[in-house]
Design a protein around this ligand. Sequence first.
Ligand code: ADP
Ligand code: MG
Length: 727
Amino acid sequence: MSGRAVRTQALAAATNRPSSIPPGSSIETPSELFGRNVFSKTVMQSRLPKGVYESLQATVDEGARLDPSVADVVASAMKDWAAEHGASYFAHVFYPLTGLSAEKHDSFLDTDGAGLAISNFSGGSLVQGEPDASSFPSGGIRETFEARGYTAWDVTSPAYILENPNGNTLCIPTAFVSWTGEALDKKTPVLRSQQALNVQAQRMLRLFGHEDPPRVSCFAGAEQEYFLIDRNFYFARPDLMSTGRTLMGAAPPKGQEFDDHYFGAIPERVLSFMLDAEREMLKLGIPTKTRHNEVAPGQYELAPIHEEGNVAADHQQLTMSTLSRVAHRHGLVCLRHEKPFKGVNGSGKHVNWSLGNAEQGNLLNPGDTPHANAQFLVFCAAVIRGVDKHGAVMRAAVASSANDHRLGANEAPPSIMSVFLGDQLADVFEQVAQGGGATTSKEHGTLKVGADTLPQLPKDPGDRNRTSPFAFTGNRFEFRAVGSSQSISGPLVVLNSIVADSLDYLATEIENAVDGGADFNEAVQDVLKDVMTKHGRVIFNGDGYAEEWQVEAAARGLPNLRSTPEALAAYETKEAQDLFDRLDVLTPRELHSRFEAYMAQYVMSIGVEARSTLELARTLIYPAVKRFQSNLATTETNLVALGLGGDTETLTRVTDLIAQLIGATAPLGRAIEGLPGDSPIGEQGNYCRDEILPAMTAVRAATDSLEEIADDELWPLLTYQEMLYIK
Ligand code: ADP
Ligand code: MG
């Protein structure tokens, strides 16, 4: 089938789709559905012997070591529960460095000596698995002679049932490590970083007089942006299928308004999808609330209620796969790419982050007493210092070829890491920086840290922080630079680590001052002042999109790492190695393996994009525009023969653009050929950025210009207008 025929057929299929929406399978309320498929605390409490349950909960709540003797008991209870939920298989789910989730399914089925089927699931199978996982990226850690990787049950993230019309599976979240115990995955460092954060946060809380503070965790709520398009369109665009984004496509006609009247059915179809997806997520214990997002046509957003970081990360992975799965049911495809359509707003994943515990609550909540406020300011200061010291590492944690299209372009937070505090809190910190003693708050009289209360800080941040990559929003920080397709684990590891590191530093300073005879409040005041003096430059409340900020940030000495190779280089620095090593989050070898794996991903992604661009240009666009050129020439000749000709302008323009296309495809081919595949991966990454990406851009410039002029009857690719507006 020709390209144009594929386009025509996709359009027909999408527009002739029955307008009736399949009714949902259930009418249960969210509270009836919530956690139905989760081996939750409540389920465990009712099914496990008291001692076993308590031992398990100590592991979950306090981070205590898992008592091996409980595993068999838990496994048996879990198997019975899973069987009642129709599961005949179990799977260890793990989170390799690809950022996707991986599963290895095993049957509960076993045979006894006589060949009869028995159902079996031991503590051993629950606690440890050995997936044949040699093909997952390990960044050089796992060479083939030591290819084994083990999955280890993560007790802190609940097991759940994954439903399928043909049978259900018990899924067990696991960490994935090499036989030497090195982290091969994204979960292990999250768990380690939470541990590091807990140690330092508890230490700080003790300094503030809380004698035996409960375990401190980080909390995360990740807002997920995504596009929905009709799946017929997806399958008719080879670039979307192979790369997740359109590699070609002219902007829809300028000035076009997005008129609901064309597409009255969109909200209903999309809402139907959302309700369905939400129901699936509720069953899995993911506390979602959905909403539309009107920033770009066809773009939507979903936000969960925040949860403990590790669980939030697992739930985020499940959210992404559920969105994709449910979209298919509705004849849609969920595009999670950061920039599926050029010139149209991209998608992010705003990771809301805070830390707290059961007694002191959210430690980023301004308090009601002077003492609580001093404590709040110290935790905030720890974040500020962390971002300033390790902004490059934060940038590295959100680096990918896809996210490069957002960061550093002029629509999304820039690739400069800065902190937005809001005017009032920024004012408080500025005054802290100006000296000890009493200071004046902008609106509320004088303020002395540890003696006076803070001015009332606005709880509702509204829209005013949209241009900041990292914004304080009343009782948490919102990391807005994270990409829509990314795992939130990397960002959580970095946030937990840089804050743990800062808390360690601040606690030491305060301890030393107090040991030296200083008054506690004075010591706190001094340490806050010190942080502001050294790190206040990272606070920026202005417009992050503005050109002037780029200049000012440079003057302030803040790094501006525009591309993934520049950003990932931060993982190779001594500062980053020391940071993660000191906190026992990642050894230098593990950190380096991440640099290798993520850079390899960058190189592979751009390679696929480049080859797809070349193929589209040569096999679809070129033949179509040659036909158009030939048709034009024939028509013109005929018209001239009749004495009606004379318009050669279009023909000339098409001919020029075809020459431009040919002139761009050959260099792209050479650029692809020229990849120095034997060089260190960092050099390959630089080559992709400096040679291949510009060559792709040149081809696209020609094809997009051709699309604007070519006969629509001949154009082989679905247009932006068709994909974004027809639902
Ligand atoms: P807004 O509309 O201002 O963005 P929402 O209440 O919708 O605020 O919250 C957005 C996200 O922030 C949600 O995913 C929510 O769970 C998360 N969030 C709220 N409070 C916290 C917190 N203390 N820690 C982490 N995430 C939080
Ligand atoms: Mg928000």
